[in-house]
Design a protein around this ligand. Sequence first.
Ligand code: FUL
Ligand code: CA
Length: 516
Amino acid sequence: MNFFNSIKHSRNNWWGKSWILTCLITLLIALNFGCSKVLPPEPFGPVPDERQLNVQDIEYYAFLHFTLNTFTGSQWGSGAESPELFNPSEFDADQIVGAVKKGGMRGVILTAKHHDGFCLWPSKYTEHSVKNSPWKNGKGDVVKEIAEACKRQGLAFGIYMSPWDRNHADYGKPEYIQYYRNQLKELLTNYGDIFTLWCDGANRGSGYYGGANEVRKIDNSTYYDWENTWQIAYDLQPKLYIFSDVGPGTRWVGNEEGHAGDPCWARFTPISRNEKPPAPGSILPEYNYTGQIDGKYWIPAETDVSIRPSWFYLEEEDSLVKSGEYILRMYYESVGHGATLNLNLPPDKRGLIHENDLKALTEFSQIFENIFEINLAENAKIEASDTRGRSKEYSTENLTDNNKATYWSTNDGVNDVSFTVSFNETTIFNVIDLREYTQLGQRVYTWAFDKLEDGEWVEFASGEAIGLRRIWRSDDRITTKKIRIRLKGPVCPAISEFGIYAEPEGLVIPPRKNWN
Ligand code: FUL
Ligand code: CA
């Protein structure tokens, strides 16, 4: 009896019918398994919101400190300076933004108003602005020109607007808050998409204040009514996140030297928060530096640092520009520790980024591309100790697909995990780069790297926390055919990207220096 005949025949008896039924059920179960989606891990602890995901993507951006100070040689103008002093001879927004781009950065934050109260845009609420300067016969608008150059060159544009205003007569009184909000509205409605509002907590009290020349003390935690002030910003700009000493978008790293703690948790509980919105100006720098493993909020650190010792341009600092190699050190110690990097490039009196700064940025980019252009893990075989639901959706292929939206994960409860990387041949490297899929929180608490040496695993590095990103690098090169990445945390990991790189031979990263 051939197969078809047997089926035909089997229809006539109960056993035959049940055999067909069993086949059908098995088929249905198999189909069901094939199609069923393996659920992603549950988020763990605080997670970033959409606004924070935006800044995490921008990751490395430039500060532009430019105002009357550029022309007076001051760092903190008193507010008494004449607007007539603002007169850049060759201002070129595309040259400035081009320099930012050359340095590999993805955004710009312009000091639209620094502590001296001078406005780089023709605000209708004050006379202390570019409209009373000889530059472009008072018809110029630096904010507009930089915003448009950013748009042309594909960079995000953000605003620094100092809350402390040493020029304004009402500073310290309730009226000033209305003034600040009016100006905020001008900046957030007239210049396209704004990715950040940078709220500076600095304030030493003294100022010109419309001629009063006195000390005015305010209570940082209540005076600006940040909750409502920030709501104005959120309403006007759907993607904007807010930087201040304590968040809520990003927090200050606690120094202006270009390094974040190791580890530097994105989790953070601001001391002044007390379940209320955080207020800039009151911080414990050591908390800001490292964040907290059990921090209640997702508030990653931003590392702000100038390419020169000062924030505003000084001719005497032309020889003190940080080198490309030093910028790389800062990048490793900020972005590489899970913080963002905000690198200040001060335009000079001409209104250009100085040649020496440009040279350093070009050097940095060349070194950077040299290191990160080849991911040695891409052609290696990666095998994990576990893969969530044995599903392709969470497989190790996601580690090297150059896509932050895909990740490798393990089954729930499998929290002490590893993956091995087998190279085709003996490989030399000194940089390892890991990213967590932060939408699910900060899940990895400790990591360790082993290399295979004479058939034995030998640990060569270990540490705590990954978060947005963790770049490990060493002066010593590792030579091996196989490495193992071990990760541990309270829940299963979600790792979105992984890379192994080799710095070019002969590259020397200068030691950390105290610049101020
Ligand atoms: C500080 C300010 O006082 C500096 O002048 C500079 O703007 C820096 C980025 O923030 O608090
Ligand atoms: Ca990926």
